[in-house]
Design a binder for this molecule. Structure first.
Ligand code: NAD
Length: 315
């Protein structure tokens, strides 16, 4: 059996915790810690398991003097909330759960796509305010429309598969993706982002947030889109430039957007920020980072990250 202590500062499914304990580890779940509280206790742990809410920065690792820490587990896909360089300099291994929430994120994207096309959220809000307004919410159809999928990894492919079933034409842009992969799900591979943007009625992004994908959908990219394009971001805040998106919503270039993620989360805690403005825009349907939030995905991700942490601690 392993020995070691694991700190869990964000909700992790109890089956994941049980798996760690069965391996011999002591698990301490302490939620809603401030950065100071986290740095005060982190030095006493061999592993840390976070979701997306905890920012594992260089300064946190330094302040905590986390010499005992050997593994950081991320219960989900994106590791952009962890300073990978700072971790690796300290010999800390970073592991994630790359598959557990892909279907959940793809399903959420499809839910937002339908909500966007048919104004579901805005219509629901008016009917709850005792209005019956049918003219205001004329939607657009999805059949025969073109969906541009930027980033054709696990989630992008699952989105494509599902949207094919809705009768959509699917274009893919991903410089690291082979044409066989796109063909297998009935999508067409574009050789450039511009080619995808020029003809897509809906554009959805599914790449990790990195230096090269940050602001990939910026003012210049939006200017290349069809008039009345609709934009979806269920990947990471900052891949779509929020200032440029606001401008394009105002000018009418962009007819609507569906956003699950924001540069500043939660947006209302940053009053006046582009994140808040875009989240509250009347032609935007917004959800609070719910992509991975299904019962099934939270269980799968907890087990997957627990396994990965155990493997890493075994060395
Ligand atoms: P993945 O690694 O399987 O796929 C990412 C794809 O992006 C890869 O195919 C890669 O080649 C491509 N890519 C990288 N750089 C690119 C670029 N410059 N241009 C175009 N494509 C590029 O990851 P995934 O499982 O599909 O997840 C994608 C992202 O979705 C994650 O990184 C995460 O940030 C986000 N995500 C969000 C939620 C949520 O709750 N909203 C849930 C899960 C994942």
């Amino acid at each position: 059996a392993l020995t070691g202590r694991v700190l869990v500062p964000e909700k992790l499914d109890s089956d994941g915790v049980a798996l760690l304990e069965r391996a011999g580890l002591e698990v301490v779940c302490k939620y809603d810690l401030t950065e100071d509280e986290l740095s005060a206790v982190l030095g006493d742990f061999d592993a840390l398991i976070v979701r997306s809410g905890t920012k594992v920065t260089r300064s946190l690792l330094e302040k905590a003097n986390a010499t005992r820490l050997r593994v950081i587990g991320r219960a989900g896909v994106g590791v952009d909330n962890i300073d990978l360089a700072a971790a690796s300099e300290r010999g800390i291994v970073v592991v994630n759960a790359p598959t557990g929430n892909c279907i959940a994120a793809a399903e959420h994207t499809v839910a937002l796509l339908l909500a966007l096309a048919r104004n579901i959220a805005a219509a629901d809000a008016t009917i709850k305010g005792d209005q019956w307004n049918r003219n205001k919410f004329v939607g657009v159809s999805l059949v025969d429309k073109t969906l541009g999928v930027c980033g054709f990894g696990r989630i992008g492919r699952e989105v494509a598969r599902r949207c094919r079933a809705l009768g959509m034409r699917i274009l893919a842009y991903d410089p690291y993706c082979a044409v066989e992969v796109t063909r297998a799900v009935g999508a067409e591979l574009c050789s450039s982002l511009d080619e995808l943007l020029r003809v897509s009625d809906f554009v959805t992004v599914h790449m990790p947030l990195t230096e090269s994908t940050e602001n990939m959908i910026d003012r210049n990219a939006l200017s290349k889109c069809k008039d009345g394009v609709r934009i979806l971001n269920v990947a990471r805040g900052g891949i779509v430039d929020e200032v440029a998106l606001l401008e394009a919503l105002e000018s009418g270039k962009v007819a609507g957007a569906a956003l699950d993620v924001f540069v500043q989360e939660p947006p209302h805690k940053y009053p006046g920020s582009p994140s808040e403005k875009v989240a509250k825009h009347p032609r935007v349907v917004a959800t609070p980072h719910l992509g991975a939030s299904t019962v099934e995905a939270q269980l799968d991700v907890a087990l997957e990250v627990a396994e990965a942490v155990i493997t890493a601690l075994r060395g």
